[in-house]
Design a protein around this ligand. Structure first.
Ligand SMILES: Cc1cc2nc3c(=O)[nH]c(=O)nc-3n(C[C@H](O)[C@H](O)[C@H](O)COP(=O)(O)OP(=O)(O)OC[C@H]3O[C@@H](n4cnc5c(N)ncnc54)[C@H](O)[C@@H]3O)c2cc1C
Ligand SMILES: NC(=O)c1ccc[n+]([C@@H]2O[C@H](COP(=O)([O-])OP(=O)(O)OC[C@H]3O[C@@H](n4cnc5c(N)ncnc54)[C@H](OP(=O)(O)O)[C@@H]3O)[C@@H](O)[C@H]2O)c1
Length: 247
C-alpha cells in the first residue's frame, strides 16, 4: 500500500458534464517525472477506494488531474462530487515509465491520445524536456465530441510559441467540426490525413510515438505502426513506440 498524503482541492474546472480537472495542493508528494502517475484515494466508511491517475502538471506543490466520470465506476463518481476545499488522499510517490526520459530520441515526437489520455502530455509540454529534445512535436487527441476537447487553448498557444515546431491535431468520432479531423486515429493514420494535418511524416527512422488512453486505440495503433516497421521500445531492444494503457 502506498503512503498516503492529504491533497486539498484548490480548483475544479468542468470542461463538459462529467469531464473535469481538479487541482490539488499536495505539498508532501515527492518529486516525479512528467508522464508518471499517482494513486488517488477516497475513503468510504472503512473502505479505501484508489485508482491511478496520470499527473497533468509537472512536479510541484499544486498538481492537476484530468478525469472523466465513468458513471458506473467505483471511484470517479466520488471524485466528480468533490468541490474546492475538500480533501482526498494522494500517494506520496509517483510511478510509471511513460516518460520522455524512457523514450527514444528522434526528430519528431508524436503524442497520441484518446480522452483523458491527453493528461501526461500536458505535464510534459509544460516542461523544457520535449522542446529541448525533439525538433517537431505533434499532439494528436481523439475524442467523441468537440466539447470533450479539453486544454485546446493551452495547446494552440504552443503553436504560436513554437512556430513550425508544434502541431495540435484533434480528431472527433461522433460529430464533425471545422477545426478537427473526423474519424478514429488509426484510420486517419492509414488514409494519410494525420500526416497531412501534421505536415510531418511518421516513419520508423524519424519518429517516436507515445500512445495513451483507450486500450483499443493502443492496440490498433500498434498494429498500424507495425505495418510501417515501428515497434515497441524496450530497454534491451530499442524501438519507437511507448505506451500507457488506462484500462
Ligand atoms: C497508469 C494509469 C493512468 C490513468 N490516468 C487516468 C487519468 O489521468 N484520467 C482518467 O480519467 N483516468 C485515468 N486512468 C483510469 C483510472 O485509473 C480509472 O480506471 C478510471 O478513473 C475509472 O475508475 P472508476 O473506479 O470510476 O471505474 P472502474 O470501476 O474502475 O471502471 C473501469 C472502467 O471504466 C472505463 N474507463 C476507465 N478509465 C477511463 C478513462 N480514462 N476514459 C474512459 N473510460 C475509462 C473502462 O471501461 C474501465 O473498464 C488511468 C489508469 C491507469 C492504469
Ligand atoms: N464528455 C465526456 O467525455 C464524458 C462525460 C461524462 C461521461 N463520460 C463517460 O466516460 C466514458 C469514456 O468516455 P470517453 O469518450 O472519454 O473515452 P473513450 O470511450 O475511450 O472514447 C474516446 C475516443 O476514443 C475513440 N476510440 C475508441 N476506440 C478506439 C480505437 N480502437 N481506435 C481509436 N480510437 C478509438 C472513441 O471513438 P468512438 O466514438 O468511435 O468510440 C473516442 O473518440 C464513457 O463511459 C462515457 O459515457 C464521458
Amino acid at each position: 500500500m502506498p503512503k498516503w498524503c492529504p491533497a486539498t482541492i484548490v480548483a475544479k474546472r468542468i470542461w463538459t458534464d462529467g469531464l473535469f480537472t481538479i487541482t490539488v495542493d499536495a505539498p508532501d508528494v515527492l518529486p516525479f517525472a512528467p508522464g508518471q502517475f499517482l494513486q488517488l484515494c477516497v475513503t468510504d466508511g472503512d473502505e479505501r477506494i484508489n485508482r491511478p491517475y496520470s499527473v497533468a502538471s509537472p512536479s510541484g506543490k499544486h498538481l492537476e488531474f484530468f478525469i472523466v466520470l465513468v458513471k458506473e465506476g467505483q471511484l470517479t463518481p466520488k471524485l466528480w462530487a468533490l468541490e474546492k476545499g475538500d480533501v482526498l488522499q494522494v500517494a506520496e510517490r509517483a510511478t510509471g515509465s511513460f516518460t520522455l526520459q524512457k523514450s527514444p530520441s528522434s526528430e519528431v515526437l508524436w503524442l497520441v491520445s484518446t480522452g483523458t489520455g491527453l493528461a501526461p502530455y500536458i505535464s510534459m509540454l509544460r516542461t523544457n524536456e520535449p522542446w529541448d529534445n525533439y525538433q517537431n512535436i505533434c499532439v494528436v487527441h481523439g475524442a467523441r465530441r468537440a466539447t470533450d476537447l479539453a486544454y485546446t487553448e493551452e495547446l494552440r498557444g504552443y503553436e504560436q510559441q513554437y512556430p513550425g515546431r508544434f502541431k495540435l491535431i484533434q480528431a472527433l468520432t461522433r460529430e464533425e467540426h471545422s477545426e478537427a479531423l473526423f474519424g478514429r486515429i488509426p484510420s486517419l493514420l492509414d488514409d494519410g490525413q494525420l500526416e497531412v494535418a501534421a505536415e510531418c511524416q511518421l516513419r520508423a527512422d524519424n519518429s517516436t510515438v507515445l500512445l495513451c488512453g483507450n486500450p483499443a486505440m493502443l492496440d490498433d495503433m500498434e498494429e498500424k505502426l507495425g505495418n510501417r516497421n515501428l515497434k515497441r521500445h524496450r530497454s534491451k531492444s530499442p524501438g519507437q513506440i511507448v505506451l500507457e494503457r488506462y484500462w
